[in-house]
Design a protein around this ligand. Structure first.
Ligand SMILES: NC(=O)C1=CN([C@@H]2O[C@H](COP(=O)(O)OP(=O)(O)OC[C@H]3O[C@@H](n4cnc5c(N)ncnc54)[C@H](O)[C@@H]3O)[C@@H](O)[C@H]2O)C=CC1
Ligand SMILES: CC(C)CC(=O)C(=O)O
Ligand SMILES: [Mg+2]
Length: 360
């Protein structure tokens, strides 16, 4: 069966990392004897420059007609002056909303070879293996009104959630926990926010249907501290859109670099959207030094969740592990005593390991 994958390179290091992810997909398809069409479409600043809009209608149509979508990253200083509705980031929020991918899964694990790449003590990092389930299509990033008021002297952003939006993502977190260590930590700010109080109620209601899963509500400020202080206590962390955005970048510190964090955004049956957690990294764009592994691990999630190819997904994750164990590092991971490899070299090393596993 032919599968259709749309690739959205975007801006900054987006095209650099999706180029390598595309190579990986092409090689895996060839080795497995699969037929995958890999078509690119415009998003973000690149789309704005060519069409005047960060999410052209053709991109939406292509993505909706796909089995899965792989995205690089969007944004950069070139577009920072634009009004909110045509900024590159609006294109990213738009495609998430259009695809209805309400649950953003962000696995955070430590890699034995990378413990020293983190500024935290190695003994704190031992056994860290969690997944942040971030609500992705509601909350503060989407609520209306969102505007300047009073001649520019006041401003409003709106944090809006429906019961349905909270229930579906919380349920997904419990289902994921059932296949893991059976613990859900729900992060909120229920001492201050009404939305968090409703979130907490729904978590407790949902927990009744999952008696084998332990549930722990925790305030976001404390969660931010504990993520660094005692990270291996977490299994599944479920939270609203903005808290999940912030906490997952914080959790990147545990893994050694944000260049190691993949994500899968899933909805109710449509195409999944797969993307590194990192942004367009304008500070290193165009230098050939970006870490392509968040993109590779996102490809693994795509194969697992959208194409049902668990063995191939595991082969990619094992290949990443083996390449790191062999001592290869991009600049974001390299210590002072090791010579970093570039984006293309890291890609080639991991793809070689993937092929060994798929052929072995
Ligand atoms: N999913 C997306 O498309 C996202 C887009 N952004 C956008 O990206 C732009 C830059 O945002 P920042 O706050 O600088 O976040 P960022 O994630 O792009 O970069 C933060 C730091 O991490 C480094 N970094 C990120 N990815 C890396 C990789 N693969 N390899 C090596 N180093 C890496 C960067 O060099 C930088 O020092 C902004 O316009 C922002 O809105 C930010 C986050 C997510
Ligand atoms: C446009 C932002 C919401 C992107 C981001 O930081 C993220 O999704 O992690
Ligand atoms: Mg973010």
């Amino acid at each position: 069966m032919t599968r259709h994958i749309t690739i959205l390179p975007g801006d900054g290091i987006g095209p650099e990392v999706t180029k390598e992810a595309r190579r990986l997909l092409e090689e895996v398809a060839q080795t497995l004897g699969e037929t995958w069409t890999l078509e690119e479409a415009l998003i973000g600043g690149a789309a704005y420059d060519q069409t005047g809009h960060p999410l052209p209608p053709e991109t939406i149509a292509k993505c909706k007609a796909s089995d899965a979508v792989l995205l690089g990253a969007v944004g950069g200083p070139k577009w920072d002056h634009l009004p909110g509705d045509v900024r590159p980031e609006a294109g990213l929020l738009g495609i998430r909303k259009q695809l209805g991918v309400f649950a953003n899964l962000r696995p955070i694990r430590t890699w034995p070879g990378l413990l020293l790449a983190s500024p935290l003590k190695p003994e704190l990092l031992d056994g860290v293996d969690m997944v942040i389930v971030r609500e992705l299509t509601g909350g503060l990033y989407f609520g209306e009104p969102k505007q300047r008021l009073d001649g520019g002297n006041a401003v409003v952003d709106t944090l809006h959630y429906t019961r349905h939006e909270i229930e579906r993502v919380v349920r997904q977190a419990f289902e994921i926990a059932q296949n893991r260590r059976k613990k859900v930590t729900s992060v909120d700010k229920a001492n201050v926010l009404e939305s968090s109080r409703m979130w907490r109620e729904i978590v407790q209601e949902t927990a009744a249907a999952f008696p084998d899963v332990t549930v722990e509500p925790i305030l976001v400020d404390s969660a931010a501290m504990q993520l660094i202080q005692r990270p291996n206590q977490f299994d599944v962390v479920v939270t609203e859109n903005m808290f999940g955005d912030i906490l997952s970048d914080e959790a990147a510190v545990l893994t050694g670099s944000i260049g190691m964090l993949p994500s899968a955004s899933l909805g109710s049956g449509g195409p999944g959207l797969y993307e590194p957690v990192h942004g367009s990294a304008p500070d290193i764009a165009g230098q050939g030094i970006a870490n392509p592994l968040a993109g590779f691990l996102s490809v693994a999630m795509l194969l697992r969740h959208s194409l049902g190819l668990e063995a191939a997904a595991t082969a990619i994750e094992d290949a990443v592990l083996a390449t790191i164990e062999a001592g290869h590092r991009t600049r974001d991971l390299a210590g002072h005593d090791s010579e970093p490899v570039g984006t293309e070299e890291m890609s080639a090393l991991v793809r070689h390991e993937v092929q060994r596993r798929l052929n072995g």
